[in-house]
Design a binder for this molecule. Structure first.
Ligand code: NAG
Ligand code: NAG
Ligand code: NAG
Ligand code: NAG
Ligand code: NAG
Length: 466
């Protein structure tokens, strides 16, 4: 407050204004910078004070209702002359427009500001976040990653974080990762991510797409295991192994990235109850593999296969091939002589690993739930391609490797290795999914029928080894 002697010197009209502002300020809540305020009843007066700052990001999240019901509207001003920002506009009044329950505004507040809210439905709860950095609430552009499912299980991954610092090998010490590479230490303070899985029929996508709204939904199924896994150089992810799902059901999955940020939804379908393959993941020599292979259920109590219980008949030849390939590759003067201006021995080894894993570990598909044009092949275990699968695991439908896993290796490796792929115009389609990512024309990149090997709706057309 101004000292009384100074107030008395002010012109009468201004004094009135000042009194009005002061009394309003006494009943208005000040939003703390760096905090989230949860409001569960329509505020009266419907205004909040924002402290002065060089820059503030004010974010809103609605915690109740569906995306198509009318919600509250938020108006904000960074002007010292507007006391009650609202739909009638005014000097520097901005509406925070909400999209699927989220909205934010970032700008300068040299003399503070006011946030006004109108049209608050009787049972609405919402959060207001104020930060000096990025908005606290966010609908992140990233999404969960679906590995694969069986009739009642699924493997899902969080978006990546904490990418490891992996230095490309350099001459004269050009050392490629060994067949079983050493894995860097996992981050000791991983993010607090929460997986939400719900049958798509529950309609989570029509709820407000905010962390506070989705958190109220009980996730379906059981997260039987949660582990950190380094699938690729993009970073660590949580790997969630889910059990207790229902066969042939479409599910929606979100990841709550912390208390206030949420990913886009993805969808996946469980297989029919006759599906008899088992999930495999967490193989250091095939780090990106997380799908169903034609193996019987693993020995109890394991729920899936990983490097601790993978049959040696499958793992040993794969590791031996990788070792031999790497030995042959490094007879080339990697890092000193160059066979290409764009690719290196490390790219060759990496693409070969992906290809070898995809062709050695057959991926099972379910004829009932696979997308119509997927590259499916009725197959028999043991297979001609990999005798390591135990005899007697019977028939299954194979999702053929994408031809692009082969052509990527062909492009990344020096010619002397003699790595070749079948040509689309000859017999490639007998052993590969052809024409999904790249067109079916020999050597042409892009232009495939789907442009993708899999999508965010749980469809997979060929096995990318990823
Ligand atoms: C308020 O924000 C607007 C838009 O960012 C900006 O142009 C204006 O200068 C700001 N007003 C003040 C007083 O900083
Ligand atoms: C060569 O590189 C490898 C892997 O980066 C490292 O472990 C090894 O110590 C290096 N050797 C020498 C002689 O620098
Ligand atoms: C992670 O987030 C959940 C849900 O918001 C919370 O219950 C839990 O306490 C958090 N855990 C940590 C370690 O912060
Ligand atoms: C799952 O649900 C989504 C959203 O309704 C839909 O787009 C997708 O096609 C469904 N997938 C299957 C396999 O039914
Ligand atoms: C790798 O090389 C060793 C030694 O030459 C050989 O015995 C083995 O069969 C090779 N492995 C594969 C999978 O070809």
């Amino acid at each position: 407050m101004l000292p009384l002697d100074r107030i008395s010197m002010l012109p009468a009209a201004l004094l009135l204004l000042l009194n009005a502002a002061l009394s309003a300020a006494q009943t208005r809540t000040t939003l703390q910078t760096g905090f989230v305020t949860t409001i569960s009843t329509a505020p009266n007066p419907p205004f909040f004070i924002l402290a002065a700052a060089d820059q503030l990001a004010v974010s809103i999240a609605l915690c109740k209702g569906t995306t198509d019901t009318p919600g509250p509207r938020f108006f904000l001003t960074n002007s010292s002359t507007t006391a009650s920002p609202g739909p009638d506009g005014g000097d520097n009044v901005f509406e925070i427009v909400l999209d699927q329950g989220h909205g934010s505004w970032t700008g300068t507040f040299p003399s503070g500001g006011v946030l006004g809210v109108t049209n608050v439905p009787p049972t609405m709860t919402f959060e207001i976040g104020v930060s000096t950095g990025v908005p606290i609430h966010e609908s992140a552009a990233v999404a969960a990653l679906f590995g694969d499912s069986t009739a009642t299980q699924a493997i899902l991954f969080s978006p990546p974080f904490s990418a490891p610092d992996i230095e490309a090998p350099k001459y004269p010490n050009y050392t490629l990762p060994s067949a079983i590479p050493s894995i860097p230490a996992a981050p000791s303070d991983p993010k607090n991510y929460t997986l939400i899985v719900s049958p798509t029929s529950n309609g989570l996508t029509s709820m407000q797409q905010t962390s506070c709204a989705l958190r109220t939904q009980r996730s379906t199924g059981v997260v039987a295991a949660q582990n950190l896994w380094l699938r690729d150089t993009r970073g660590w992810r949580f790997e969630w192994f889910m059990t207790g799902l229902t066969p042939k059901t479409n599910y929606t999955a979100y990841v709550l990235l912390d208390d206030y940020k949420v990913t886009k939804p993805i969808f996946f379908t469980t297989k029919s109850s006759s599906f008899s393959c088992s999930l495999v993941s967490r193989l250091p020599y095939c780090p990106s593999i997380a799908y169903a292979v034609p193996l019987p259920p693993p020995p109890s109590p394991a729920l899936s296969y990983d490097s601790t219980n993978m049959p040696a008949s499958l793992a040993d030849p794969l590791i031996s091939s990788l070792t031999n390939f790497t030995t042959t590759l490094t007879t080339f003067a990697c890092g000193r002589d160059f066979y290409s201006p764009i690719v290196t021995c490390a790219d060759c080894q990496r693409t070969y690993r992906t290809w070898l894993c995809a062709v050695s570990l057959s991926r099972c598909a379910d004829t009932d739930t696979a997308p119509p044009s997927a590259a499916l092949l009725p197959s028999q275990s043991p297979q001609t391609r990999n005798a390591g699968f135990a005899a007697g695991s019977g028939t299954f439908t194979q999702l053929l490797p994408c031809l692009e896993t082969c052509t990527a290796t062909d492009r990344a490796c020096p010619n002397f290795l003699g790595f070749r792929c079948p040509l689309p115009r000859f017999n490639a389609a007998q052993s590969y999914g052809v024409g999904f990512i790249d067109s079916g024309r020999d050597g042409e990149m892009g232009g495939g029928s789907t442009g993708l090997w899999a999508d965010d709706y749980g469809n997979a057309w060929c096995n990318s080894g990823w």
